[in-house]
Write a protein that binds this ligand. Structure first.
Ligand SMILES: [Zn+2]
Length: 322
C-alpha cells in the first residue's frame, strides 16, 4: 500500500500516499467483491454454455425421453408389420389357395402407400426428428391399410366358404390327431435310408395307439398294408381329394372299403408299422393324384398363428420320420 504516490507540484516531489485503515479495508473488500462477481459470472456463463440452463436441461431430458418412446414405437411398428406380412402370407397360401380364390398380390396389399409426401408438417422439426415422425406416420398408415384389405379378404373367404359348404365339408381340413408336427412336407433326409428324397406328407408325434380321425367327409378307399407305409387307411373325399394315414397299428373295428366316414370320425390307431424311425403318424393329402402340403389344408383347425408355428417346426427339421 506504500507504493502509491502523488506529485506535489509546489514542492516538486513525489509524496507517498497514506491510507487510513478504514480506507484500506474498504479497498480490499471492494477488490474481492469485484473479483468474486467476475469469477461467478464467468463460471455461470461457461456452465450455461456447456450444460445448459435448468430449463434447457429439463427440455433436453424430455426430448431424450420422447426419442426413446419413438424408438419403442418404431420397434412395435416393425413387429406389427412383420405379423401382418405373415397373416397376408397365410391368407394367400392357405385360405385363398385352398378355396380357389386368386391370391392378393403384395402390390395390391400395399396399394396407395407412398407417393406424394403426405407429412410435410414434420419439416419444422430437426432432420432427425422429422425423419422418425414421417417414418412412424407412413408405416402406421400402411399397416392400417393392410388390415382393411385383410378384413375384406376374410369376408370374401367366409362368403366363399358358405357357398361351397359341401366341398368344404369334404376337404381334409383338420388335423388327424391332437399332436404336434415333427417333420414337414418337401425334400427331407430319410431317417433309415439316409439320403434326400421327397417327403410327401407330414409326420405327427404319436405314441402307439393314439386315436386317428378322418380329416374330411368321404368314403374309405383302402385299409391294408402297403410296403414302406405299413398299415394304412386311404380316404376318398371326392372333388379330387384323397387323404392317407400310414404306419398304423390297427383299423377301427368294422371299418372297411366303401364305408362312408364323417370328418372327425375315429378310423384307426397310430403305430410303427412299415419303414419308420419310431412310432408316429405319417399323413398325406393328395389332390388329383399328386401330393400337396397337408398343412395348407388345415384351415378348419388351425389359427394363422398355429399355422405359422407348425410351418416353422415343419421347415426346421431336415429329417423325416417317414
Ligand atoms: Zn412321413
Amino acid at each position: 500500500m506504500n507504493n502509491y504516490f502523488f506529485y506535489d507540484d509546489k514542492e516538486c516531489e513525489f509524496i507517498p500516499v497514506e491510507y487510513r485503515t478504514s480506507e484500506k479495508v474498504i479497498y480490499t473488500l471492494s477488490l474481492w467483491i469485484l473479483c468474486g462477481t467476475v469469477i461467478s459470472a464467468l463460471s455461470i456463463s461457461i456452465l450455461a454454455f456447456t450444460v445448459g440452463s435448468p430449463a434447457e436441461i429439463a427440455l433436453k431430458a424430455e426430448n431424450r425421453a420422447l426419442y426413446e418412446q419413438l424408438e419403442e414405437t418404431r420397434q412395435t411398428i416393425v413387429k406389427l408389420d412383420h405379423k401382418m406380412s405373415e397373416i397376408a402370407n397365410t391368407d394367400n397360401e392357405l385360405y385363398r389357395t385352398v378355396l380357389g380364390i386368386d391370391p392378393i398380390s403384395e402390390d395390391e396389399r400395399q396399394a396407395g402407400v407412398g407417393g406424394a409426401d403426405m407429412h410435410a408438417e414434420f419439416d419444422v422439426y430437426s432432420a432427425n426428428a422429422s425423419d422418425i415422425l414421417r417414418w412412424t406416420a407412413s408405416n402406421l398408415e400402411s399397416i392400417e391399410r393392410r388390415i382393411n384389405i385383410q378384413e375384406v379378404s376374410f369376408e370374401e373367404i367366409k362368403a366363399h366358404y358358405n357357398e361351397n359348404k359341401e366341398l368344404m365339408q369334404n376337404i381334409p381340413a383338420i388335423r388327424p390327431l391332437n399332436g404336434i408336427i415333427l417333420s414337414g412336407y418337401g425334400m427331407r433326409r430319410h431317417p433309415v435310408l439316409g439320403y434326400q428324397r421327397m417327403h410327401e406328407g407330414v409326420d405327427f408325434r404319436a405314441r402307439i395307439g393314439t386315436p386317428i380321425h378322418a380329416t374330411g367327409d368321404g368314403v374309405i378307399k383302402s385299409t391294408r398294408r402297403r410296403g414302406t407305409y405299413g398299415l394304412m387307411v386311404v380316404i376318398d373325399h371326392g372333388h379330387g381329394y384323397e387323404s392317407r394315414y400310414a404306419h398304423l397299428s390297427r383299423i377301427e373295428d368294422g371299418l372297411s372299403p366303401g364305408d362312408k366316414v364323417k370328418r372327425g370320425q375315429l378310423i384307426a390307431k397310430s403305430g410303427n408299422s412299415g419303414v419308420t424311425s419310431g412310432p408316429h403318424l405319417h399323413y398325406e393329402v393328395r389332390r388329383n393324384g399328386r401330393s400337396v402340403d397337408p398343412l395348407n389344408y388345415m384351415f378348419a383347425d388351425l389359427t394363422p398363428d398355429e399355422y405359422i408355428e407348425y410351418q416353422r417346426i415343419a421347415d426346421s427339421n431336415p429329417y423325416s420320420m417317414d
